[in-house]
Design a protein around this ligand. Structure first.
Ligand SMILES: Cc1cc2nc3c(=O)[nH]c(=O)nc-3n(C[C@H](O)[C@H](O)[C@H](O)COP(=O)(O)OP(=O)(O)OC[C@H]3O[C@@H](n4cnc5c(N)ncnc54)[C@H](O)[C@@H]3O)c2cc1C
Length: 303
């Protein structure tokens, strides 16, 4: 039996290279100013989906909610063997916290024929690990988090090995299911040359419009619309247009999206670089370790 997999992937700021202008004045993350990468554990989730396809057959669809620039991670997924890629982009998604993000993603997943949803354990920017479990909740399906190994899929049931940190747990449940995948699970495959050559020119409609605007600065809106229609037509014939959905297409309730749908607001982000002055050597004795723990508790580093 074949299984259809959906993999929500996120384009994240390369947190190792956070610069001064990482935040907009209105408290949203200035994602355009930061070098962006494929969220590392989403590559592990994609690899697990592609392995399921290799073993059982089926279709792998990647979806991302993000800026037009997120087209880059959709192409990287197609290079690795994903069958379909979808960009969810809409200005009304701005400042979405995990609650709003998981709601919007649930609207998108409901439009797809799926047996298994595979998320990364967490994104390296928000670092909350909340979206996967929240998405399962909104889809009303069971979830297995911290998956390190897929054991079997048969007779409508899946069994997987969870990494508990201090051991493992084998979990079995019925399909459809949502998994969150950890980086120990696998080694993501690299791009396949033939697919890279095919999909390097794949674009979302908004990328096409932005490029045409850049190439034709004096063109009127009507002229740009006509050019875009032509370009999209040409690329569609070559199966090189990446699907693009907005909140209207998803039929999303706007009260659950963006700033309005987000009880959490990111106050400030900054890059914390530890210097030698910030560290001290602790003797490996019970007393020294106990003293250190008391110090960390008293200065509220840990509770
Ligand atoms: C520094 C910082 C701190 C933040 N703190 C919070 C907070 O405490 N609470 C809060 O609600 N929001 C917070 N946010 C906002 C949060 O980043 C966004 O809501 C984000 O879209 C989802 O949360 P996350 O990055 O923690 O993802 P996680 O929950 O860690 O992501 C888990 C998985 O969900 C999937 N996923 C996540 N985002 C997307 C997406 N946009 N498209 C497709 N798949 C996706 C991926 O598979 C990913 O591996 C924070 C943002 C920043 C930059």
């Amino acid at each position: 039996m074949a299984y259809n997999c959906v993999v929500p992937i996120k384009q994240v700021p390369d947190t190792k290279r956070i610069t001064g202008d990482a935040m907009n004045d209105d408290g949203t993350v200035n994602r355009g100013s930061l070098p962006a990468i494929f969220n590392p554990e989403d590559l592990n989730a994609l690899e697990m989906a592609l392995s399921i396809k290799d073993k059982f057959g089926g279709k792998v669809t990647v979806i991302t909610m993000g800026l037009p620039a997120a087209g880059a991670i959709l192409r990287q997924s197609l290079y690795r063997g994903a069958d379909e890629a979808i960009l969810i982009t809409d200005r009304r998604c701005a400042a979405s916290d995990t609650l709003a993000t998981s709601y919007i993603l649930s609207c998108a997943v409901r439009k797809l024929d799926y047996d298994i949803v595979l998320c990364g354990r967490q994104a390296i920017d928000g670092d909350t690990a909340q979206v996967g479990p929240q998405l399962a909740e909104k889809l009303g399906i069971p979830q297995i988090t911290y998956v390190e190994e897929l054991l079997d899929i048969a007779n409508g049931k899946i069994s997987a090995k969870r990494n508990m940190g201090n051991g493992w747990q084998e979990v079995k449940c019925r399909l459809p299911v949502l998994l969150t995948v950890i980086d120990e699970a696998n080694e993501p495959r690299v791009a396949i040359a033939k697919k890279l050559m095919k999909y390097k020119n794949a674009r979302t409609p908004i990328e096409i419009q932005m490029q045409l605007k850049e190439d034709n600065p004096d063109a009127s809106e009507d002229e740009l619309a006509a050019l875009a229609k032509g370009k999209i037509g040409t690329l569609t014939e070559k199966d090189l247009v990446i699907k693009q959905w907005d909140l209207d297409f998803l039929g999303a309730d706007l009260e659950w999206c963006g700033r309005d749908g987000s009880p959490t607001k990111v106050h400030r982000i900054q890059s914390v670089v530890l210097t030698a002055r910030d560290s001290k050597t602790v003797e490996p004795s019970e007393q020294s370790i106990s003293d250190m723990i008391h110090e960390l508790i008293s200065d509220k580093t840990i509770s």
